[in-house]
Design a protein around this ligand. Structure first.
Ligand code: BGC
Length: 760
């Protein structure tokens, strides 16, 4: 035993010494380099321009970038895509700038790079943490094969408002699950060694609270208590920092009245001092300049504000480049602040191995073999099937039989342009697999698949124009809406079962794509009504970047499958699920409202002093609405399978524990249906009495298990102090003795319950 402890200590010591030696080596290298740098060159390292080749998300793109690179006025680039282009730009920096400092190259690698898979909200519905980590690994692999070494991901903004288009990019409403996903993605991108040529530096965003924009309107004001920040919104960012994220991106919103990019409490006190973040902070797109509109002063003032707050790198706006020297001369910023920011950028380059070899990520052979390779497409198909959530399945309409005739109907049924979803800036939608093709591939020769478009995604030409800003996502015709509808009805009449693929175009969610009406557009509602009237089994497949309101669809569908925007292998992945080659296992990570007026609707809300009674849907002087129930249509954690799972009662290892002890909560889950399948077993904790009013429940654990039909498994959760703690009004993470309730179940609403006591 003693020998083992000694051996452990020696290993730990040698790891620490190695790390210290590496740091010392890096510091010596950077000290030496910085001793040769002029103030202009140091400020140059803080500049992150984009030449505007990709999709610019603001009005501004940079000009004269080449001259700036020659003059040492650029630290890194984003929006340069392709290994040859990146090599050319790197060569320019290495061969023409005075100190030959390499650039780093970043991009929005959000749900894949060129090969794309489900939008992050979809991926989160898999609750499959190892798979999500693998998705980041695959993305890093492909992106680095094409010259990139920095990804603007993970996006970990907790979001409760599906009107906000950017819910598509995150992992939904829950802090615990969101934190697990956040850390997994950082691990996936960065691997164990940032300097490896297959790993990329992560950039957790948007720090912070961006998901709480008022009214779900993008870029809007955020106002919340510190308690809400600590309890609900901050942990996923912290999880990314703890997992070693090399960089952090600021958000556009204000926090306590000060924009995040100029918020010293956020970027210095919290991020650096409390959380010990060692990497660098980059702004979001022109976020420094936008502080002028926020009312924080002119460009020089806001640039100084940003540096003083702890921002290191300026994305696109060039406020640092054009004003920091003047601010230095006027004593508004210090040389040390500029040096610290510059050092952090150089450290990132050092850690990425760029000083050893600036062309480390520029390997055309890798680009040729690894970009859009067959294994990546296979991964995309796998992820696509795992993101699907089965919302309804009456009469076992699904899985479909591989015989007879299927009428495949809808504007998204034979469509390539919308399969990748939002934030697929490097992906080519035309290389995606539409559902029609996937159904034929997977269905085989025994089944006839007929197709008819049935409706335009929308007949609202004003909306279509806005959605089509980056290319045609809403295509019109052929023929009038009436002709499309008639053809669909005629086609459906010839089939045994109807599969309607409907929903949102990819650009109806994502950045600057907020909606107040989050239902399926009217043109498609008309189509669904006409199909429902036919009276044949109707499977509705919903593609969207956000939770939609699906009341009527739930009523008329025999089966309802939510598939998000699934990415390159959309058609194959959806067909795998529809034909039962993959038994769906996704569970919602955002509640689906019944009505837009309920928003925000989320499972871990507080109780109020007049909670809705459990026995009636409405009572006078209770916290409810006159016109709709409080509950969502589909709750957090909800999702069906082709098989059924039954839950036994919860067994606790004891009924009382001390805070130094742990309790095991066990439940036996049985697959009682006719298919093998996976189930996400969810653990919730209820703390009914505390010094701070607690949410009605909090997710504190989950396990995704596979059970063959007829198989039973005991699932165990360990509950300790960590699971029972909360932030008090001093923002201390504490645990208070008292009664607790344990809930285990198939979603946040259907659970078994048990109780125990925590004693001093
Ligand atoms: C978005 C970021 C993105 C950046 C660079 C901004 O508009 O908010 O998420 O990383 O653009 O493309």
């Amino acid at each position: 035993m003693l020998r083992r402890i000694l051996l452990g200590a020696v290993i730990l010591l040698s790891i620490t010494t190695n790390a210290q030696q590496n740091d010392a080596k890096m510091n010596a290298f950077i000290n030496n380099l910085m001793s040769k740098m002029t103030v202009d060159e140091k400020i140059g390292q803080l500049n992150l321009p984009t030449p505007g080749g990709g999709i610019a998300t603001g009005a501004v793109v940079n000009t004269d970038v080449e001259t700036k690179i020659r003059e040492g006025k650029v630290g890194g680039m984003f929006g340069v895509i392709g290994v040859d282009n990146i090599r050319r730009v790197q060569e320019l920096a290495i061969t023409t700038s005075r100190l030959k400092i390499p650039l780093f190259f970043g991009s929005d690698v959000i749900h894949g790079y060129k090969t794309t898979w489900p939008i992050p909200l979809g991926l989160s519905c898999s609750w499959d943490i190892p798979m999500i980590e693998r998705s980041a690994r695959v993305a890093a692999n492909e992106a680095t094969a094409d010259g990139l070494c920095w990804v603007f991901s993970p996006m970990v903004d907790i979001a409760r408002d599906p009107r906000w288009g950017r819910v598509a990019e995150g992992s939904g409403e829950d802090t615990y699950l969101g934190s697990q996903i956040s850390a997994a993605m950082v691990r996936g991108y960065q691997g164990k060694n940032l300097a490896a040529d297959t790993t990329a530096m992560a950039c957790v965003k948007h720090f912070a609270l961006y998901g709480a924009a008022e009214g779900g309107r993008d870029y809007n004001t955020v106002d919340m208590s510190r308690l809400a920040m600590y309890e609900y919104y901050l942990p996923p960012y912290k999880a990314a920092i703890d997992a070693g994220s090399g960089s952090v991106m600021t958000s556009f919103n204000v926090i306590d009245g000060i924009p995040a990019t100029g918020n010293k409490w956020l970027l210095t006190d919290l991020l650096r001092k409390q959380w010990s973040f060692k990497g660098f902070v980059v702004t979001d797109y022109t976020a420094i300049n936008e502080m002028v509109e926020h009312g924080m002063g002119d460009l020089q003032a806001v640039s100084a504000l940003a540096l003083n707050a702890g921002t290191d790198m300026d994305m696109v706006g060039e406020g640092f480049l054009t004003t920091l020297k003047k601010s230095l001369q006027q004593g508004k910023v210090t040389q040390k602040q500029i040096d610290d920011a510059c050092r952090r950028i150089l450290e990132a380059k050092y850690k990425l191995g760029l000083f050893d070899d600036p062309y480390r990520y520029c390997n055309p052979t890798r680009a040729k073999n690894e970009v859009m390779s067959a294994d990546k497409r296979a991964a995309s198909r796998y992820f696509g099937a795992h993101a699907a959530v089965l919302l309804k399945n009456s009469n076992q309409t699904l899985p479909l039989k591989r015989s007879g005739t299927i009428a495949l109907i809808g504007p998204l049924a034979n469509n390539k342009s919308n399969m990748l979803g939002t934030w697929a800036v490097s992906g080519d939608a035309q290389t995606s697999i539409p559902v029609f093709e996937g159904m034929k591939n997977v269905g085989g020769n025994g089944v006839t698949v007929l197709y008819s478009k049935g409706a335009n995604i929308t007949d609202d030409t004003t909306l279509a124009k806005k959605v089509n800003v980056f290319g045609e996502k809403v295509d019109v015709g052929p023929g009038t809406p009436e002709q499309l509808l008639n053809d669909a009805v005629a086609t459906a009449n010839r089939a045994d079962v109807i599969v309607a693929v409907v929903g949102e175009a990819s650009e109806m969610s994502g950045e600057a794509a907020s909606r107040t009406d989050i239902t399926i557009p009217q043109s498609q509602k008309n189509l669904l009504e006409a199909l429902a009237k036919i009276g044949k089994p109707l499977v509705i497949v919903v593609m969207s970047g956000r939770p939609l309101i699906l009341n009527r669809e739930t009523e008329i569908a025999s089966s309802l499958l939510q598939v998000w925007h699934p990415g390159h292998e959309a058609g194959n992945a959806i067909a795998d699920v529809l034909f039962g080659d993959y038994n769906p296992s996704g569970k919602l990570t955002m509640s689906f409202p019944r009505d837009v007026g309920q928003i925000p609707v989320y499972y871990n809300h507080k109780n109020t002093g007049r909670p809705q009674s459990t026995t009636s849907e409405w009572d006078k002087f209770r916290s409810n609405y006159l016109d709709v129930p409080n509950s969502p249509l589909y709750p957090f954690g909800y999702g069906l399978s082709y098989t059924n799972f039954s839950y036994g009662d919860i067994k606790l290892s004891k009924n009382q524990m001390r805070s130094t002890e742990k309790i095991t909560a066990s439940v036996t889950v049985t697959n009682t249906g006719n298919y093998d399948g996976e189930e996400v077993v969810q653990l919730y904790i209820v703390d009914p009495v505390a010094s701070i009013a607690q949410p009605v429940k909090k997710l504190k654990g989950f396990q995704k298990i596979f059970l063959k039909k007829g198989e039973s498994r005991q699932v165990n959760f360990t509950i300790g102090k960590e699971e029972l703690s909360f932030y008090n009004s001093d923002l201390k993470w504490i645990v208070e003795p008292g009664d607790f309730e344990v809930q285990i179940g198939t979603n946040s609403n259907e659970v078994k319950e048990a109780a125990f006591k925590l004693v001093k």
